[in-house]
Design a protein around this ligand. Structure first.
Ligand code: PRP
Length: 179
């Protein structure tokens, strides 16, 4: 385990098995369709790569990078698009793949944006759900793990751009972000 981890929350094996289970459910729901699978950079990359490898329907891959304007833990109310889709959303069945839903700001805005752009359907697949933190009326259609409000790192998730490459989800030691 990395020295900055308090403990491991989800092991590689737990991640592998649950991601596969959820991806297979999503795959069944998309039989006969050709969804546009949209990964939200950067936190989703490892989940995204593992998730799509369990889909047997023909998929097209695309990515967005977003942030909320302003700084601090409370969302400032406007989504900033740093990198937009390459493909048009119009008429597409869109699967948004996210590492974590917290306040729900990002996903509520993205879903509304794709529907405004004429998507035929939009669903949300998340790896982690911090249910207790929700401020916006949005829920994932599929979620792998409900978690408490802990500072989680690894499997794509960062603190100050570090730890994204850890193969498990760990809880960051308080002393690392409180110093
Ligand atoms: C994280 C996560 C979501 C968002 C969730 O992204 O990937 O996009 O925060 O929070 P919300 O539900 O309150 O909107 P972050 O800004 O940390 O960027 P990253 O994916 O590049 O790490």
């Amino acid at each position: 385990m990395h020295k900055d981890c308090e403990r491991i929350m989800l092991t590689e094996e737990q991640l592998r098995s649950r991601v596969r289970e959820v991806a297979e459910e999503v795959d069944k729901a998309y039989a006969g369709k050709r969804p546009l699978v949209v990964g939200i950079l950067k936190g989703s990359i490892i989940f995204y790569a593992d998730f799509i490898r369990h889909l047997s329907c023909p998929v097209e891959l695309d990515f967005m990078a977003v942030s909320s304007y302003g700084s601090g833990a409370v969302s400032s109310g406007k989504l900033n698009i740093k990198k937009d889709l390459d493909k048009s959303a119009e008429g597409r069945d869109i699967i948004i793949v996210e590492d974590i839903i917290d306040s729900g700001f990002t996903l509520a805005n993205l879903k509304a944006l794709f529907l405004e752009r004429g998507a035929a359907s939009v669903v949300i697949v998340t790896l982690l759900n911090k249910k207790d933190r929700r401020e916006y009326d949005i829920a994932p259609d599929w979620n792998c793990f409900d978690i408490e409000n802990e500072f989680v790192i690894g499997y794509g998730l960062d603190y100050d751009e570090r730890y994204r490459n850890l193969p498990y989800i760990g809880i960051l030691k308080r002393e690392v972000y409180e110093k």
